[in-house]
Design a protein around this ligand. Structure first.
Ligand SMILES: C[C@@H](O)[C@H](NC(=O)OP(=O)(O)OC[C@H]1O[C@@H](n2cnc3c(N)ncnc32)[C@H](O)[C@@H]1O)C(=O)O
Ligand SMILES: Nc1ncnc2c1ncn2[C@@H]1O[C@H](COP(=O)(O)OP(=O)(O)OP(=O)(O)O)[C@@H](O)[C@H]1O
Ligand SMILES: [Fe+2]
Length: 592
């Protein structure tokens, strides 16, 4: 794999990495010739006396600790530099190697963001000073991309989906056209911060994650909210309910147990959706919450069930650490991706999708991969595995049977509840949407206890495999109609839109709601299981945002399509929703 030039023995790049975005004052030396296992990491953790991470205190900690950890890491680099004493003398004609002799590392890599501004600035200043005094280039690393890349590197995966579950963030990333795209993310706080806030409420010291994990071992399941919207998710509702439950006298062990079941169940579910949408069969985990054994267990089980490979790096590479900064720094340095000092400003809101990925080869992306749904669209009977359900397609008979299968990674009580609720909702909203003039398959039968639905077969292919501006524009109009009627689809992705002729269902042929004939280009919405009634502009805008993200995740050139959705929506819907969509897009998701 040309992509893994950083693995043992393939290059002799040496990088000093510096990390200090929030709590970990950390420095590391990575020698690509020795491989990742021998990365030396020196970390000094900030531990708040009370409450959570205080930005000013954290910055004071960085101020004191960064020089010390850097000194220790550098001492190691000098010690081992060029093999130490007894090596043959340097060839003075080789400029490169003489430079190398002068400096113990080839470059200084540092976390540019995201993170706490006061901490980042101290790290940035230290990195600049060091690069100057060693006369080596500076490499500016996005901390979240580093969380992803360390797992990709240690797994040897080519093109995985990545779940970053850290303190201040929670998102799903996949590579497409030179960038890591955010397929889904938290709509409020990061997952670790959410857990830490809960533990502060019950009076436990920071960080809360390990304490919740320990307490959960003695807990039993109690009902708590569970919120996923497509591949996005939110923690505020479940955290308020968890605090309330403790205040109301529910044993804290039970609340901890159930928090883990629901929160990690949500993260596992959206990861499965991302695998299903992208067609990838590799998942990597990143971030401090990834140290949680229950989360890892759920992800491993989900991947096992769908025949995907799962990898979580060692805990020392999951929590914040300079090792991951040095390892990605090496890849960037080798790609010539260095920073001029005057352009090396830190960025507290640095998003992973802002990074130009210079270190990966041309996309060999899943070209050979077969999309089971596309194969199923050859007119023959077939069975496809969606993210939630097993779907039996019988186009000749004009019938589709969908069963929401048990997910063994989920707690059985939660699993039962979700499968029943979603089956009932899907039946109800699919029919309601048709009454609002949005083409959907006719519902033939529903059995909530068995989580089974029977629909008419519609369309010739999934929108993902036949994207066009006109079709996407129509999806914009469809979503606006649903919203006008007071509900959302909940998971409008390019896989949940069927396109093409009206299929074998006679009741679906004919005219669209605006009276125009366009059977051959008809778009049907399917899979309403995550829909719900709401009159909030935010919910409508989120619905559009979910569709937008799926375009970004599946289209080669998403921008004209994204514009077309908005055009379609504007035609039928409320401009305020589009305004809110712009706000959602502009929101920095790094929250305290
Ligand atoms: C931007 C950067 O500063 C930030 N870093 C960060 O959040 O630190 P990280 O090391 O990735 O994660 C810390 C979080 O990880 C949680 N955590 C640690 N061990 C845990 C465990 N066993 N179970 C659950 N959570 C755990 C802690 O409670 C804390 O919220 C980030 O990556 O978002
Ligand atoms: N009524 C239908 N007519 C034709 N094809 C259908 C129909 N319903 C589902 N399919 C096909 O089956 C696939 C999976 O269906 P569906 O999206 O309902 O399942 P799912 O498990 O919820 O999937 P996901 O969660 O990944 O969107 C669809 O992408 C589509 O290709
Ligand atoms: Fe982190």
């Amino acid at each position: 794999m040309s992509d893994h030039s950083g693995t043992t023995g393939q290059s002799d790049t040496r990088i000093l990495g510096i990390e200090g975005t929030a709590w970990a004052a950390s420095a590391a030396v990575y020698d690509a010739a020795d491989g990742v296992d021998s990365v030396v990491i020196e970390t000094d953790a900030y531990e708040p006396d009370s409450g959570g991470i205080h930005p000013r205190e954290a910055a004071e900690h960085m101020h004191e600790a960064i020089p010390q950890v850097v000194e220790r890491a550098l001492a190691h680099a000098v010690e081992t530099h060029d093999g130490g004493a007894g090596e043959p003398p340097v060839d003075v004609d080789e400029r490169c190697s003489s430079d190398k002799q002068a400096a113990p590392v080839d470059a200084v890599a540092f976390s540019r963001g995201p993170g706490l501004g006061p901490c980042l600035r101290i790290v940035g200043t230290a990195a600049r000073a060091l690069a100057q005094s060693l006369s080596v280039p500076l490499v500016g690393v996005n901390h979240m991309v580093a969380h992803l890349e360390i797992g990709r590197h240690t797994a040897g995966f080519d093109d995985p989906v990545c779940l970053n579950a850290s303190g201040a963030n929670a998102h799903l990333l996949a590579y497409r056209n030179g960038r890591y795209r955010v397929l889904g993310e938290t709509m409020d706080t990061g997952v670790g911060n959410a857990i830490d806030k809960f533990t502060r409420h019950v009076g436990w010291s920071h960080p809360g994650g390990p304490k919740v994990e320990a307490a959960a071992k003695d807990g039993e399941y109690v009902d708590l909210p569970y919120v996923v919207k497509g591949m996005d998710f939110s923690f505020s509702g479940i955290m308020s309910a968890a605090k309330q439950a403790v205040d109301d006298g529910t044993p804290v062990e039970d609340v901890c147990f159930s928090l883990q079941e629901n929160v990690f169940g949500m993260l596992t579910e959206v990861s499965e959706r991302a695998l299903s949408l992208t067609g990838s069969d590799e998942l990597v985990l990143g971030g401090g919450v990834g140290q949680n054994a229950r989360l890892r267990e759920m992800l491993a089980e989900m991947c096992d069930q769908r025949g995907a490979d799962f990898h979580a790096p060692d805990p020392r590479f999951l929590r914040d650490n300079a090792g991951m900064i040095a390892v990605l720094g090496a890849r960037m340095y080798e790609a010539g991706d260095t920073l001029a000092l005057e352009e090396s400003r830190v960025d507290p809101n640095f998003r992973p999708d802002q990074v130009d990925v210079t270190w990966r080869g041309p996309p060999e992306q899943r070209e050979g991969m077969v999309n089971p749904a596309a194969v199923a669209d050859d007119g023959e009977d077939a069975t496809v595995q969606g993210a939630e359900a097993i779907v039996d397609l019988e186009p000749e008979a004009g019938r589709v049977t969908k069963r929401r299968v048990e997910k063994s990674y989920r707690h059985p009580a939660l699993d039962d509840r979700l499968r029943r609720e979603r089956t009932t909702l899907e039946a109800r909203l699919t029919s309601l949407a048709r009454r609002e003039g949005v083409p959907t398959p006719v519902l033939r039968d529903v059995d909530p206890a068995e989580a089974r639905l029977e629909f008419a077969h519609v369309g010739e292919s999934d929108l993902r495999d036949d994207l066009s501006s006109e079709r996407v524009r129509e999806v914009g109009r469809h979503l606006a109609r649903l919203h006008r009627a007071g509900f959302v689809h909940g998971d409008p992705t390019t896989r949940n839109v069927r396109v093409g002729c009206a299929g074998r269902d006679a009741s679906q042929t004919g005219r669209a709601a605006d009276g125009r004939e366009r059977d051959s280009d008809r778009t049907y919405l399917i899979d309403f299981g995550l829909g719900y009634h709401t009159d909030h502009v935010e919910d409508y805008a989120m619905d559009l945002h979910v569709f937008d993200q799926s375009l970004v995740g599946t289209a080669a050139d998403p921008d004209p399509l994204r514009e077309a959705v908005r055009e379609g929506y504007r035609h039928v819907g409320d401009e305020r929703v589009l305004e809110r969509l712009r706000t959602i897009e502009g929101r920095g998701r790094y929250q305290e």
